[in-house]
Design a protein around this ligand. Structure first.
Ligand code: NAD
Length: 313
């Protein structure tokens, strides 16, 4: 069985691929190594797998239909985990066209391949950002999601809708996983866990948006990978499922935990909340527990410790 992982050289994708390969599964990684953050980091994320006979790396773009045709005609792909995307919330306000092209059109292209090649299992990486400015906590999959506050979030909501259509119309089994602020080793450099670690370690200023009371449901990357593996295995017909930790952490506590682990004080400057940022995310994970048997295990202290150890090494 071959699994295609799009965005496989990125943060979550590279961890997923490690796990799939360690389970003896053949993996094709499709990634365009764009420069949203250093392509060199992405190359490092997967370098250790290049000599694995079960691993194929294809450098290419999900918006390139000719390339997708070649990949799908040449390979018997059984399942797709679609993680490739433009992933930053704030930059999406500056370049909504690029986000729309990659995240919506790119997703459609892959679903078309799934339809044409009768691929039965498709995992779509959605995001907690689809809950937008919703006030009701925790966020539940049954809540309305009409209040996105960034183009990025809109592309993820659109992706879910297109997935629903492909599932209902063509019978592709699709799980849309709403990830909640994923962190850990190889973490994205544009996200707070890595950014704060680096800036505090180097004695530089960190910008704290708002008064520090904003909350995020940080989810450790191995828990997310476990949720993806469970989705691949169960492959429900069409489900939207929150993959969070279910324990939101205040920004102030988050920063002080990093300070303790690094043994260094943060030099904090307060800034207003930027456009597109939500005040809180908090996942109701009862559906993930029920349908997938998902059970996140890593606490924020343990997860940040692992992130910091990796950062230091
Ligand atoms: P990442 O940026 O590290 O990984 C995404 C990968 O996709 C990158 O390696 C990038 O080069 C690749 N990519 C981007 N555009 C591409 C294209 N057009 N063609 C081929 N490859 C392309 O991000 P990540 O944090 O690993 O996120 C993975 C997925 O999970 C994304 O879809 C993201 O939107 C979603 N997500 C992530 C989080 C999080 O907290 N990390 C939260 C919610 C949703």
């Amino acid at each position: 069985m071959k699994i295609l992982v799009t965005g496989g050289a990125g943060f979550i994708g590279s961890h997923l691929i490690d796990k799939l390969l360690s389970n003896g599964i053949e993996v094709i990684c499709l990634d365009n190594f764009n420069d949203y953050y250093s392509p060199e980091r992405k190359r490092k994320n997967i370098a250790h797998n290049l000599s694995n006979k079960n691993f194929t790396l294809i450098k290419g773009d999900i918006t390139d239909n000719a390339l997708l045709d070649t990949i799908f005609n040449k390979n018997k792909i059984a399942k797709i985990v679609h993680l490739a995307a433009r992933a930053g919330v704030r930059p999406s306000l500056d370049d909504p066209g690029l986000y729309t092209k990659v995240n919506i059109l790119g997703t459609l292209n892959l679903l078309e391949q799934a339809r044409k090649h009768a691929i039965k299992t498709f995992i779509f990486s959605s995001s907690s950002s689809v809950y937008g400015s919703n006030k009701k906590m925790p966020f539940s999959e049954t809540d309305v999601t009409e209040n996105q506050i960034s183009p990025y979030a809109i592309t993820k909501k659109s992706g879910e809708m297109i997935c629903k259509f492909y599932s209902e119309t063509y019978g592709v089994h699709i799980t849309c996983l709403r990830f909640f602020t994923v962190y850990g080793p190889r973490g994205r450099p544009d996200m707070a866990p890595y950014k704060f670690t680096e800036l505090i370690a180097k004695g530089c200023q960190i910008e704290m948006y708002g008064d520090g009371s904003s909350r995020r449901d940080y989810t450790y990357v191995s828990d997310v990978v476990e949720g993806i593996l469970l989705s691949l295995e169960k492959s429900p017909k069409y489900e939207i499922i929150n993959l969070g930790n279910g324990n939101p952490v205040e920004l102030k506590r988050f920063i002080s935990t990093i300070e303790e682990l690094l043994g260094k004080r943060a030099n904090i400057v307060k800034k207003p909340m930027p456009k597109g940022d939500v005040l809180a995310t908090y996942a109701d994970i009862s559906k993930a527990k029920k349908i997938l048997g998902y059970n996140p295990k890593v606490s924020i202290e343990e997860g940040l410790k692992n992130l910091i150890e990796w950062y230091k090494s």
